[in-house]
Design a protein around this ligand. Structure first.
Ligand code: IVH
Length: 812
């Protein structure tokens, strides 16, 4: 489920012990973790499309905390430990919660629960005979909501957002029949924020999907995401049509005390007409807690809604107050997560799926088996190494278990909404095992060579094998089309995978532009789709054509996402769109770089042929050779690279002299490659982006076939052609007195008055551009405390450097 195409490069050190890293490696990882965790939060809370499984996400957070503990000096201003959830989106009004909405730490074992209770006891200085009652409540797997009641009337409802500020979803919340507009009774506080979980029952979820299937529209992934998406509809009538339920579990701001314990509070909620989960229990001992946890787990498959664990909370509010909170979570509560569910079954076949970006993923076809109430007949085998028994360990990738073969009995695991996976072979010593599975070295769909990925940072081979066929490969082309119309990209209503497959199989839609020619093609070819094609009646045809028409003008970011370029998912696409604002500026820059196509090949040859890091290869562009002092070529070039502080493995002089026969050839080549250089640098300058995105964008534009597709779809940058108009990003009209309108700013160091995110948001609102790296194009560097290399670089480039105080004065 991880859409790694939109994520930054994964540091290779992530698989090593945290304590074995040096400062530089730890800093790189912390930057990576801050980035991916904030993207994951945004994807989860904002877009309701998780990037990671819960387990993956938790392990990223754990890694981050571990590194912060080992390297306290490296804790970042934008450390994920300080943030909960994602920034509120722009579609809804923002609402500041009276009291921030916290998150919970996790417990995964009975021991963790034991330590949690012991920790609270120690903190409260309780001795053995003092009671410490703890509530155990099902952890509902939905979306949290904050409902503000004034004098018993619901006046406002908000999502959690970033924990401090959420989105106003009052109109949508009012459509939930579980949530009373007015509280009953008269013993409620004058003002109270009721907190609880909005969820969708399995029954409603299945009914909704059955309907979607019937309409030929996209089906929903799981109840939680559907609940989240449904709550965040612009039109409350859409929310009304999606049956949502609610359980209240807590509160935030309150005008006066109304209870002395969590237990009593929940009783009151019930009396006021708010739904309370029936499986809550007050426990006196750890043993009771575990027992109740087991009971809830045993009922999990009959509940009719998703839960993903049990939340324990110190019952007495006085204790809660004393325990307080630590960074993003309270000390008085913890979530005891359910383990992944497992079962045994047989591998009947191993198929290879070809993804949108050509990755070959092996999938086990299994004898169907029920795991935690769900019938599983497919499971991922991840990659070639995984089948062969290699796993990632503390020491890197090692062979730790038997290889997986057709006919093997295997243990499979399903955690939450994650794709099930095969863990290991159950009886590997069996005499009659089948043959070792041979992973193909050509694409099973187009026959092109399939090669292993190479990590662009280290030059090491990756476990993933990719088809090199590009758009020649029908599997890739088809997957790309599906992605093009998907929700993240063009989001053409009523145009899902089924429709793409239908039009593809009839040779009507082969490229994105064909979609916009569809109505004409159907008229011209004399097709009579109306009612004669299964699942495609007159009304759906008309609706489809209208939906296509509505997308004849598309936002910059959606179009770019839709191109399905590796490392350029929706998040990256949005950053690029915001930074460039004008589609044509971006398009022209990339187009020019792509046209000098051999340049990129030269770059790739340097990089891959010598396992150079991207930095070294890119540095060639920046080098200015001094006076010729008669030194043998390519020594001056190598010295210049050394002079720029760069290192590499092995001897590169031979490659450099092969690529550039002499100084004149080098200078000529660099001159010719100027457009590539410009493109690299400007993509790299987009806040938070790295080489991987720049690399694959240029590689995309380099391919003549891709430029043809673009010319056809949106026109070439010099104008002419194009069926679709691309909408520029509206730059917030900076008021005449905005001192930073149109300037490019970079923030560095620790800001004390506002978070980095807030500072960036303010800058953008004032019409400035914010970049992640300092270059000659930077207008101002805002240097907070402990500003380091960026400050030095800015000073060397003569860029204006100001303090945080100057910045605040400037914008106030
Ligand atoms: S208490 C400070 N109780 O789990 C305590 N949370 O990771 C805040 N959740 O955002 C939460 N059921 O959306 C609490 N019985 C329950 C819950 C519950 C589900 C969700 C909630 C919260 C998340 C914590």
């Amino acid at each position: 489920m991880t859409d790694s195409s939109s994520l930054p490069e994964r540091p290779a050190t992530l698989d090593q012990k945290a304590s074995s890293l040096d400062e530089a490696q730890a800093a790189t990882e912390l930057a990576y973790l801050a980035d991916v965790i904030s993207r994951a939060d945004k994807a989860y809370y904002d877009e309701s499309e998780p990037l990671f499984t819960d387990a993956e996400y938790d392990s990223l957070r754990r890694r981050n905390s571990m590194l912060e503990r080992n390297f306290p000096a490296l804790v970042r201003e934008d450390s994920p430990t300080e943030n909960v959830g994602a920034a509120p989106s722009n579609d809804f009004a923002k609402v500041e919660h009276l009291v921030p909405m916290l998150s919970l730490d996790n417990a995964f074992s009975d021991d963790d629960v034991e330590s949690f209770v012991a920790r609270m006891r120690r903190f409260l200085k309780l001795d053995g005979s003092d009671a410490l009652a703890v509530m155990a409540e099902p952890k509902i797997d939905g979306v949290s909501a904050n409902l503000l009641y004034r004098n018993g009337e619901l006046v406002r409802a908000a999502t959690r957002g970033n924990g401090r500020v959420g989105e106003d979803i009052t109109a949508n919340i009012r459509t939930l029949k579980d949530i009373p507009d007015k509280l009953t009774g008269d013993d409620f506080p004058a003002e109270i924020e009721i907190r609880g979980e909005v969820y969708m029952s399995w029954e409603s979820f299945q009914a909704l999907n059955a309907q979607a299937e019937k309409n030929g529209t996209k089906t929903y992934v799981n109840p939680r995401n559907t609940a989240s998406g449904s709550l965040r509809q612009i039109d409350p009538e859409v929310t009304r049509s999606r049956p949502l339920d609610f359980f209240a579990y807590g509160w935030g701001g309150v005008s006066e005390p109304f209870a002395t314990s969590q237990f009593e509070a929940l009783q009151k909620f019930g009396k006021w007409g708010l739904p309370i989960n029936p499986l809550v229990k007050r426990c006196e001992t750890v043993k009771d807690l575990i027992e109740h946890y087991n009971l809830i787990q045993s009922k999990r498959s009959e509940l009719g809604y998703d839960i993903d664990g049990v939340v324990y909370k110190a019952d007495l509010l006085e204790y809660q107050l004393r325990l307080g909170m630590q960074s993003r979570a309270p000390r008085w509560a913890i979530a005891h997560k359910f383990p992944a569910e497992k079962a045994e079954t047989t591998v009947e076949a191993i198929d290879i799926q070809v993804g949108r970006t050509g990755s070959l993923t092996p999938v086990a076809r299994l004898t169907p088996v029920t795991v935690g109430g769900v019938v599983v007949s497919n499971a991922t085998l991840h990659n070639q190494d995984y089948i062969a028994g290699y796993r990632r360990t503390d020491k890197g990738t090692e062979k730790v278990t038997h290889d997986i073969r057709i006919g093997d009995k295997v243990l499979i695991q399903r955690a939450g909404d994650v794709i099930p996976q095969v863990l290991h072979v159950v009886n590997p010593d069996r005499a009659d095992r089948g043959d070792v599975f041979e992973f193909p070295d050509t694409c099973p769909r187009c026959g092109s060579l399939a090669v292993r990925d190479v990590d662009t940072k280290t030059g090491e081979e990756d476990a993933r094998v990719r088809c090199t066929g590009g758009l020649i490969c029908p599997a890739q082309a088809l997957e790309r089309l599906k992605y093009f119309v998907s929700r993240k990209a063009l989001d053409i209503d009523g145009f899902g995978e089924k429709q793409i497959e239908l039009f593809w199989s009839r040779n009507i839609v082969k490229t994105p532009a064909d979609i916009f020619r569809l109505p004409d093609a159907i008229a011209r070819e004399g097709f009579d789709p109306l009612g004669t094609w299964e699942g495609f009646g007159e009304t759906s045809a008309r609706n489809l054509f209208a939906a296509i028409d509505a997308r004849r003008s598309v936002p910059f970011a959606r179009l770019l996402t839709g191109l399905g370029i590796r490392h350029v998912g929706d998040v990256v696409a949005r950053s690029i769109a915001t930074s460039f604002a004008k589609w044509n500026d971006f398009h022209a820059l990339m187009w020019a770089a792509g046209e000098v196509s051999e340049g990129l090949q030269a770059y790739e040859a340097i990089r891959l042929g010598n396992r150079l890091t991207d930095r070294v290869a890119l540095a060639l562009f920046d080098i200015e050779l001094g006076e010729d002092e008669g030194e043998a070529w390519p020594n001056p070039l190598i010295e210049a690279l050394h002079g720029a502080g760069l290192t590499w493995r092995g001897d590169i002089s031979e490659t450099l002299s092969t690529l550039f026969a002499d100084r004149a050839a080098f200078e000529g080549e660099m001159e010719r490659l100027k457009p590539v250089h410009a493109a690299f640098r400007s993509i790299e300058g987009v806040d938070g982006l790295g080489m991987a995105a720049a690399n694959s964008l240029i590689a995309f534009y380099e391919e003549p076939h891709n430029r043809d597709v673009l010319r056809d779809l949106v026109g070439a940058p010099d104008g002419g052609g194009g069926l679709v108009a691309v909408e520029d990003v509206e730059v917030v009209e900076a008021s005449a007195d905005s001192p930073v309108a149109g300037l490019t700013l970079v923030f560095t160091g620790t800001l004390t008055e506002m978070t980095r995110d807030e500072a960036k948001a303010r800058a953008l609102a004032l019409g400035a551009k914010v970049s992640g790296s300092v270059s000659a194009k930077t207008d101002i560097l805002i240097a907070g405390e402990k500003a380091g290399s960026k400050r030095t670089k800015a000073e060397s480039l003569g860029v204006r450097v100001i303090s945080e105080a100057d910045w605040i004065e400037m914008i106030s």
